[in-house]
Design a protein around this ligand. Structure first.
Ligand code: SF4
Length: 500
C-alpha cells in the first residue's frame, strides 16, 4: 500500500502521518514529492496558520472526500506547544479522511502513543475536573467514550493502589535484568539467551550484576533515596540456579536501603519449566511472594510453534506448586492472536485461567516486533485478522469483569494486531506497583543488569533521560563498571544537583 501525500514540507510531520496510516493499513508506505511507483491513494493537505489559529484542509484525490478543521493558538504558547497544536490539527483532518475512506473507526482517535493514561493523569494533575479532562480527550484527540472510560477506570485504580502516585518522584524503582532463558521463544525481542552450556558466561554476568547492585545501593544509601519497588525481569530470572538466586537476593538485602520497607518485590518466573521447589524456598527465605508464571496459551501445539518448550500441564503443575510454597500474588500473561489461534483457543485459555484464578492477569495482543523470529518469517505464521483479534479482546474484557478483575494499567504498541492495547488486570488491591511506575513514568527506574533500560525522570522538571545497558552478556561483562558509573552520573545530575 502506498499513499502519496501532497502539501506537507515539514519533515517533523511525517512520523505522525505514518503512525496514523499504520492504524488503517498493514504495510503502508507514505511518499512525499514525485514517486516512480503509482500510489493507491493521493491525499493533499494544506496548513494555514496565523497568530490566533491553525487550519488544515485535506482531500483524497478523485474521491470527493474532504475535511477541514481549525484550532486556536493561544498567546504566550511556546514554539513546542504551537507545533503540537499544528500536528494535532493535521492528524485530526487526516484521521477523519482515512476513517471515511476505509469505513474503519479508530477508537483511540489520533492518539498513537503507547501510554494513553499518562495523558489523562497529566490533565487531572493540572487541575481539570474529570468531566473537563474527558471533554478535552474527546474534542482534541477524537477518543471514543469507551476508551475514555477505560482510561478513567485505570487511573482511579492506580491512585487507589498508590495514593501518593504524584509524589513518588523523589523515590526510585529498580529493574534487574537477567538475560537468560531455557530456550528462546519465536516472538521474543527481549535480551534472552538460551542458558544451556553458558555456565561461564552466567557466572561473569552475575559478578557484574552484584557489582552494580553494590554501587547503586551505596549511592542510594548515601543520598537517602528510598526504593519503591524492585522488579527482577529478563529473560527469565528463575533460569539461574537456586544457589545463584540465593546469593543475588542476599546481595539485594545487603546493598539496597531498607529492603524490608520496599513496597513490592517481583520476580518473573515466566517460564514454568524454570520453577522448582528449591527456588521457591529461596523466594520464601527473602519473603518474595509476587511472581509471574506465564502460560501465554493453553494449547500445547501453540506453545510448540512459538518455541516455548514447556507444556500446558507443566504451567498448571508449577502454578499449584508455587501456591503451595507461599506465592500469594501470582500474575499470569496471556497473548491474544498467537499463530494458529482464534476465538475458540482464547476462550479455552480463559476457561483454564478460571480454574486457577491468579491475582493478576495480563492480556497482551501479539505484536510483530521488528527483531523477532516471527517477524523475519512472517509467512510461516498464520495469525487471526483484526476482527477476530477484536472479538478475543472483547472476550477478555467481559471475562475479567465477570470474575472480579479490574484493569489497572494499559499500554499500546506499534504493529499491534488490530490496533488494540495490552491490559493488566488484577483483583483490587493486588496491582503490581512496579507496572504502574513504569507505565505512568512518575519516577526514575534504575535498570541494572543485561538489557536493562534506565529511565531517569527529573524530580523537578519531569524531563526523561534514557540510558540502556548492553543487551548481550559479553558486552555487559566487559564493561559493567562503565555502565554503573554512567548511571551514577545521571543520578547525581537528577537528585543531587536539582536539590542544591
Ligand atoms: S521466556 Fe520470555 S524472555 Fe525468555 S525467550 Fe521467551 S519471551 Fe523471551
Amino acid at each position: 500500500m502506498q499513499i502519496k501525500i501532497d502539501g506537507i514540507t515539514d519533515d517533523r510531520l511525517h512520523r505522525p502521518l505514518q503512525n496514523i496510516a499504520n492504524l488503517f493499513f498493514e504495510e503502508c508506505v507514505l511518499a512525499y514529492g514525485e514517486t516512480e511507483e503509482p500510489s493507491d491513494l493521493v491525499i493533499s493537505l494544506a496548513i494555514s496558520q496565523d497568530a490566533d489559529s491553525v487550519s488544515v484542509s485535506g482531500e483524497i484525490k478523485g474521491t470527493g472526500e474532504k475535511e477541514h478543521h481549525t484550532k486556536p493558538l493561544l498567546a504566550g504558547w511556546s514554539e513546542k506547544e504551537v507545533f503540537k497544536q499544528v500536528k494535532n490539527t493535521l492528524s485530526y483532518v487526516y484521521l477523519n479522511l482515512l476513517q471515511s475512506h476505509t469505513g474503519m473507526t479508530q477508537k483511540w482517535g489520533i492518539l498513537t502513543g503507547i501510554r494513553p493514561t499518562k495523558l489523562l493523569h497529566k490533565k487531572l494533575q493540572s487541575g481539570l475536573t474529570k468531566e473537563e479532562a474527558h471533554a478535552d480527550l474527546k474534542k482534541d484527540y477524537l477518543i471514543h467514550d469507551e476508551k475514555i472510560n477505560l482510561m478513567q477506570e485505570i487511573v482511579d485504580r492506580q491512585l487507589a493502589a498508590v495514593p501518593d502516585l504524584y509524589r513518588v518522584k523523589d523515590e526510585v524503582s529498580i529493574y534487574i535484568g537477567i538475560p537468560f532463558c531455557p530456550t528462546k521463544c519465536a516472538y521474543c525481542t527481549f535480551p534472552a539467551y538460551a542458558i544451556q552450556g553458558q555456565a561461564g558466561r552466567v557466572g561473569s554476568f552475575l559478578w557484574g550484576l552484584h557489582y552494580e547492585m553494590q554501587k547503586i545501593g551505596e549511592w542510594l544509601k548515601q543520598h537517602d533515596i528510598k526504593v519503591t519497588t524492585i522488579y527482577f525481569g529478563g529473560g527469565t530470572p528463575t533460569s539461574i540456579t537456586a544457589e545463584e538466586m540465593d546469593l543475588l537476593y542476599e546481595e539485594m538485602v545487603r546493598s539496597f536501603p531498607n529492603v524490608e520497607n520496599i513496597r513490592e518485590i517481583t520476580v518473573e518466573a515466566g517460564r514454568p519449566d524454570t520453577i522448582t521447589e528449591e527456588k521457591l524456598a529461596v523466594l520464601n527465605k527473602y519473603k518474595i511472594d509476587r511472581i509471574s508464571i506465564n502460560p501465554q496459551s493453553y494449547e500445547n501445539e501453540t506453545l510448540k510453534a512459538i518455541g516455548r518448550h514447556h507444556t500446558v500441564e507443566e504451567t498448571i503443575e508449577k502454578y499449584h506448586l508455587s501456591r503451595k510454597h507461599g506465592m500469594n500474588n501470582i500474575n499470569m500473561d496471556l497473548i491474544i492472536g498467537l499463530p494458529g489461534e482464534g476465538t475458540a483457543e482464547f476462550r479455552h485459555s480463559l476457561d483454564e485461567t478460571e480454574k486457577l484464578m491468579p491475582e493478576s492477569l495480563t492480556v497482551h495482543t501479539l505484536s510483530f516486533k521488528r527483531a523477532s523470529e516471527m517477524t523475519r518469517n512472517k509467512h510461516k505464521y498464520k495469525v487471526a485478522d483484526r476482527q477476530e483479534v477484536s472479538r478475543m479482546m472483547d472476550d477478555a474484557v467481559r471475562w475479567t469483569k465477570e470474575h472480579g478483575y479490574t484493569p489497572y494499567y494499559l499500554y499500546r504498541q506499534k504493529n499491534i494486531l488490530g490496533n488494540l492495547e495490552n491490559v493488566g488486570y488484577s483483583f483490587p488491591g493486588q496491582e503490581s506497583i512496579y507496572n504502574i511506575m513504569i507505565m505512568e513514568e512518575v519516577q526514575t527506574i534504575i535498570g541494572i543488569g543485561c538489557g536493562a533500560a534506565s529511565k531517569f525522570i527529573h524530580p523537578e522538571t519531569g524531563k526523561i533521560t534514557h540510558f540502556a545497558n548492553p543487551k548481550d552478556p559479553k558486552s555487559y561483562n566487559d564493561r559493567f563498571e562503565h555502565y554503573t558509573e554512567e548511571k551514577i552520573k545521571y543520578l547525581d545530575e537528577m537528585f543531587v544537583k536539582s536539590a542544591l
